[in-house]
Design a protein around this ligand. Structure first.
Ligand code: FAQ
Length: 315
């Protein structure tokens, strides 16, 4: 009992001093569970998030755009892998996590359940979706769980390239023909509100924020980050020459922030409970990839077993 108290006290002190919790450290079960939940959902989001843009790789309008898009989508795969590795340090099993994802038992970001209708969507995903991801993830570089915080540092550097390539693509299209400008505006109209939903439900309805903030897993609330994203994005939209589809969006000098309209939270709830425009398709594609990859996993396991046996024989 005394030992247990000392461990709990050490955990609390580590959090209080802004130091990191490492895999070898004692941690409360609820802490382990909620970090694992967040990290696993984040990993799933990166992997599912390859699909909407991946659909445009074969249809990219030039070799340059294709090379950029290939690199970006490949980066997302890498992010998923770092995050699954971080989940493993908490006792998560990668196979089990994937099975939970394809069974619909574990969530991934709502944003990836919307379709990519034109190549302008690739630019808008880079600008808005990666922009929102950066806004949300930069503070996670200071998350209290060490392996998660360290994974975030590299991920954020890569996300920053992703956002720039999106903005540059949109700038190019905005300097093009009327039809191209219309494509960009149409994509902005479709992605703006779903991007605001990425930050999660309003604080008053967020199940995990209070505890995750107390444990410094999260450093800001969902609403704080959503506001930061709006403030950051409005001037970028002006520079680009597009209109954000919100009649209530205006600068509030008293608050020193932009006011904005109400997100359609019914739509958000529908999408996260599996009923968005592309949920079924995203999961079906992921399930097929998992099943088609079974022989690779079997071959890798057989190879590892053979090497282990040889090493044992040689010893
Ligand atoms: N979608 O109590 P809270 C990317 C769930 S970026 C789906 O507020 P929490 C990069 C939430 O999990 C996207 N579910 O939860 C990229 C919880 O469900 P549960 C990924 C959502 O954890 C760009 C319930 O609602 N980024 O992939 C969403 O404190 C381009 C109650 O919510 C991250 O995952 C949502 N939008 O705060 C890739 C960032 N929002 O578990 C490819 C790390 C909430 O009780 C292309 N995660 N839920 O069943 C976080 O910062 C947090 O987990 C939040 C949610 C802010 C997402």
């Amino acid at each position: 009992m005394a030992e247990q108290n000392a461990l709990a006290e050490h955990f609390e002190r580590t959090i209080e001093r802004d130091q990191r919790i490492e895999p070898r450290d004692w941690m409360p079960d609820a802490y382990r569970k909620t970090v694992l939940r967040q990290v696993a959902q984040h990993a799933h989001s990166e992997i599912i998030g390859m699909q909407p843009e991946g659909a445009w790789i074969t249809r990219a309008p030039s070799l340059r755009r294709k090379a950029i898009l290939l690199a970006k989508v490949q980066d997302e795969a890498g992010h998923g892998l770092y995050l699954y590795a971080a989940a493993e340090t908490l006792g998560g099993d990668r196979m089990e996590l994937t099975e939970r994802l394809i069974a619909g038992a574990q969530k991934y970001s709502s944003i990836f359940n919307y379709p990519t209708l034109t190549f302008a969507d690739v630019g808008v995903i880079g600008w808005l979706v990666d922009g929102a991801a950066i806004c949300n993830q930069v503070p996670l570089c200071r998350s209290s769980y060490g392996p998660y915080a360290r994974a975030m540092i590299r991920i954020c550097k890569e996300e920053s390239f992703h956002q720039r390539q999106g903005y540059e693509l949109l700038m190019t299209m905005m300097r093009g023909t009327d039809a191209q400008r219309e494509m960009v505006q149409d994509a902005v109209n479709r992605w703006w509100w779903p991007s605001l939903m990425m930050f999660g439900p309003p604080d008053a309805e967020s199940t995990h924020t209070a505890q995750s903030m107390a444990w410094k897993i999260k450093r800001h609330t969902n609403d704080e980050l959503r506001q930061r994203f709006v403030d950051m994005t409005v001037p970028q939209a002006e520079a680009l020459g597009v209109t954000l589809p919100d009649p209530d969006l205006r600068w509030n000098p008293e608050r020193g922030h932009y006011d904005f309209g109400e997100v359609d939270w019914d739509e958000f709830r529908r999408v996260i409970s599996g009923d968005g425009p592309c949920n079924a398709e995203r999961i079906a594609v992921r399930r097929a990839a998992h099943e088609e990859g079974a022989w690779v996993r079997e071959a890798a396991a057989a190879h590892a077993a053979k090497r282990a046996r040889r090493a044992k024989e040689a010893a």
